[in-house]
Design a protein around this ligand. Structure first.
Ligand code: TRP
Length: 331
């Protein structure tokens, strides 16, 4: 299919299992179906939380190596780093001038921060920088610069894509049809992955299993999953999170088999061992590939650089149209 698919990946932490099954895997499957995919590392979006050069670099390489290890084919997907595309930031400024402040006041991330501040009785804008406030405009620039049709994202980013659409509308109404209207493709939440304590797996809950942790760490984490004191001979609930995690890694047949063991009675230790072995078998080839790619930073740089060149050739064309439309062209 010819439509343009684009998504951004914020390099803010070491990827975990829920990132893989909830975001990476579905995005890579989607890329298989389309001819024009732009997947990029949104490093300048990460700036509003990451304030250390070392950390930003580390997370950028981690995220790049993760997606490549998980199967991103740089021939099929234009894979680049946001900060390598100066056109994004020029468009960002132009769009700032069309975006009503009120629209930004209503953006979730900013609103949540203000609400938290009010609850705590401090100044409502405490801890809010302009990067956070303008975050949705930069995201609109990311999207609109590439004539994007589809933006695969999680539910939490839906509003941002709608804002991008809104900004495109302001521009087109004022200056004529330049931008394509993007549509969000929301990943289904069926794949919500439980963390070690049974709540949704999330870095902020501290219940996550890192995707490429060493087998000994994986084992330790799986054995720390919360269970009850029932006896090994007691039947176990088949909706237990051990089962939920197992489903991510095992075939339908294997799932059936373990479910039967749960119904008949199985010791928690035995169940955890089965989960560890299956998940480790699944993750080992990915981990090996990740370690190999991560060690070869020059190769990562090369891939991102060539992605940026391809991305810029499109970005320049769009920006030229924009400059003509606003009266800032030079010919
Ligand atoms: N805001 C997105 C997130 O936090 C990352 C992102 C930046 C993005 N620019 C984008 C996603 C453009 C889709 C399209 O996950």
């Amino acid at each position: 299919m010819k439509e343009i698919v684009l998504t951004g990946i914020k390099p803010t932490g070491t990827p975990h299992i829920a990132n893989y099954f909830g975001a990476i895997k579905p995005a890579l499957e989607m890329a298989e179906k389309f001819d024009n995919n732009f997947y990029f590392i949104a490093d300048y979006h990460a700036l509003n939380t990451i304030k250390s050069a070392e950390e930003l670099k580390k997370h950028t390489y981690e995220v790049a190596a993760t997606w490549l290890a998980c199967g991103l084919d740089p021939k099929k997907v234009v894979f680049y780093r946001q900060s390598d595309i100066p056109e994004v930031f020029e468009l960002n400024w132009i769009l700032c001038n069309l975006t009503p402040k009120g629209l930004m006041n209503r953006a979730h991330a900013y609103k949540a921060m203000v609400q938290k501040n009010e609850e705590e009785g401090v100044d409502s804008d405490a801890g809010v920088n302009m990067g956070l406030y303008n975050y949705p405009i930069l995201m609109a620039a990311d999207i609109l610069l590439f004539n994007t049709n589809y933006v695969p994202v999680g539910q939490d980013q839906k509003q941002h894509v709608e804002i991008a659409k809104e900004i495109a509308r302001y521009f087109n109404n004022k200056y004529g049809e330049v931008f394509t209207y993007p549509k969000e493709i929301i990943r289904d939440e069926v794949k919500t992955v439980p963390g070690l304590d049974g709540r949704k797996m999330s870095k902020s809950y501290g219940n996550a299993i890192e995707l490429f942790c060493e087998p000994s760490v994986l084992k330790k984490k799986i054995f720390s999953i919360v269970t009850d004191s029932s006896l090994p001979t007691d039947p176990k609930p088949t909706d237990h999170m051990i089962m939920e995690l197992y489903k991510l890694f095992a075939s339908a047949e294997e799932v059936k088999e373990l479910e039967n063991k749960f119904k008949a009675g199985i010791g928690w230790g035995e169940a955890k061992k089965i989960l560890f072995e299956k998940s480790n078998e699944y993750l080992t080839p990915l981990r090996d590939k990740y370690n190999e790619i991560y060690e070869n930073k020059e190769k990562i740089d090369e891939i991102l650089k060539s992605g940026a060149e391809r991305a810029r050739s499109i970005a320049k064309q769009t920006l030229k149209k924009v400059r003509i439309a606003i009266g800032a062209d030079r010919e």
